[in-house]
Design a binder for this molecule. Structure first.
Ligand SMILES: Nc1ncnc2c1ncn2[C@@H]1O[C@H](COP(=O)(O)OP(=O)(O)O)[C@@H](O)[C@H]1O
Ligand SMILES: [Mg+2]
Length: 277
């Protein structure tokens, strides 16, 4: 089911086009990634979709309704690239003031536990580490049980433990409640698990599809065979099954092999001719 749709969305800042005529469709329950380098227009897109800034032109619809107004804001949770929480308030006050704004706050206890906020609950937001702040930002975005969660580069600068903890919570929520997630990232591995990926560069969508289809279209799976006589052969294969077949046929004469499936890294490289970072 279609949840959010953006049509011909464009944003100009004076004569600079930050987002150029993009179309997005977000289906309920999906995890959608906007993947692109710095300056691609990801935050500008998120800011338009969440109603923070007005598009220069184009249309945004949420299951047939406009995305301006209170009703829409109640359905979405947002974690902005730079935090919008109050530095002078404690974690508790930052979260509870948000919780009071909405009737559904049963999630709070679960979120505190899962995001490990007990030990910092009374601490001032400004005194937290980057990873702690991010966990609070995410808890705050989730307190009102949104249908749709926007995450603008949530993992940038975080250590692997914090990233794993955050994704554990998000994946559990997706399973339990069918939460829809729109994520922007320049971490290729974060887009790798998405249901659908939009690759953005210089304000436009240069490719979109499921990860599997993007890999099929823009990458090659490479099988390297090391023969017992020292010869090395690199073969492009359609899939794992073809690789297994070749390996089985050659099992008596090879000493080693490597199978390297195409990745989202390759997709980006093939489309833009550059590395994402
Ligand atoms: N308020 C603004 N005024 C002028 N230019 C802006 C503004 N916000 C963003 N831009 C420009 O728009 C482009 C896209 O920015 P942004 O959406 O932040 O990219 P990303 O989030 O993908 O890194 C960049 O070139 C940026 O400098
Ligand atoms: Mg950004």
């Amino acid at each position: 089911m279609k949840l959010l749709q953006a049509t011909s969305l464009t944003k100009k800042f004076s004569d600079k086009i930050a987002v150029n005529n993009i179309n997005l469709t977000i289906n309920k329950g999906d995890f959608v990634a906007l993947l692109g380098p710095n300056g691609a227009g990801k935050s500008t897109t998120i800011n338009m979709l969440t109603g923070i800034i007005q598009p220069t032109s184009g249309k945004i619809e949420y299951v047939g309704h406009a995305t301006t107004g209170h009703a829409y804001r109640n359905k979405i949770g947002v974690v902005f690239q730079s935090s919008v929480l109050d530095n002078n308030l404690s974690v508790k006050d930052n979260i509870m003031t948000r919780a009071k704004m909405y009737s559904k706050s049963t999630q709070i206890q679960i979120l505190i536990k899962k995001l490990g906020l007990e030990s910092i609950w009374k601490q001032k937001y400004s005194s937290l580490s980057g990873g702690q702040k991010r966990r609070v930002d995410i808890a705050r975005a989730l307190v009102q049980s949104p249908e749709l969660l926007f995450l603008d580069e949530p993992s940038t600068g975080l250590d692997i433990q914090t990233r794993t903890a955050i994704w554990d919570v998000l994946n559990q929520l997706r399973q339990a409640t069918g939460l829809t997630i729109i994520l922007t990232t320049h971490y290729l591995e974060e887009a790798q698990t998405a249901d659908y990926v939009y690759i953005v560069d210089q304000g436009t969508i240069i490719a979109e599809d499921t990860v599997i289809e993007l890999q099929k279209k823009y990458t090659q799976n490479l099988l390297t065979l090391n023969y017992q006589n020292g010869e090395v052969k690199k073969i492009t294969v359609n899939d794992k099954n073809q690789a297994i077949k070749i390996l089985t046929e050659n099992s008596k004469i090879i000493s080693d092999f490597e199978y390297r499936p195409g990745t989202i890294d390759d997709v980006f490289m093939n489309l833009t001719g550059k590395e994402i970072r």
